[in-house]
Design a binder for this molecule. Structure first.
Ligand code: ATP
Ligand code: MN
Length: 143
């Protein structure tokens, strides 16, 4: 059923909970695991924007590293992925289309974590526009 699973991460605890679920699905379906962290270009002038962009890229790299470490700690092998730039949900949907992804696993919320909304905006848009099923994972209620 699933050959390639994508878990987009912003490094939040909820995204990391999604990584755990993605790993389990990858194991059960013997699927490849992709991970992706998207950096949005800050709306600032060049000089200030560059500094913020660099720090966001570092956060993205750490998020990817957490997912890759979690994959390596299981016997499914490795997750492949990296940091990309653009509008997060658009990059996620594009990655689905161009890499033959057949399942997306992502958190209900992310770094902004406004849980008065049912879903964060990236997840909501991904659910609306992805051509494949999106499995949403909430944070552990104990967190
Ligand atoms: P909002 O961003 O709408 O203020 P939020 O941060 O709580 O709210 P989302 O950004 O939708 O919620 O995050 C939900 C999930 O989407 C995360 O757990 C993660 O799986 C994924 N996600 C969010 N942002 C990114 C990103 N920049 N790159 C990759 N995945 C992301
Ligand atoms: Mn967010």
């Amino acid at each position: 059923m699933y050959d390639s699973i994508l878990v987009p991460t912003d490094g939040s605890d909820t995204a990391q909970a999604a990584v755990e679920h993605a790993l389990d699905h990858a194991k059960r379906y013997n699927a490849a695991l992709h991970t992706l962290s998207v950096v949005e270009k800050p709306p600032m002038d060049e000089a200030a924007g560059q500094k913020v962009l660099e720090s966001l890229e570092k956060t993205g790299e750490r998020a990817i590293q957490d997912a890759v470490d979690a994959a390596e700690a299981t016997n499914i092998g490795a997750a492949e992925g990296g940091v990309a730039t653009g509008s997060p949900y658009q990059v996620i949907v594009k990655h689905v289309e161009t890499n033959g992804i057949d399942l997306v696993v992502m958190g209900t919320h992310g770094r902004s974590g406004l849980d008065r909304y049912l879903l964060g905006s990236v997840t909501e848009k991904a659910v609306r526009s992805a051509p494949v099923p999106v499995l949403t994972v909430g944070a552990d209620p104990g967190d």
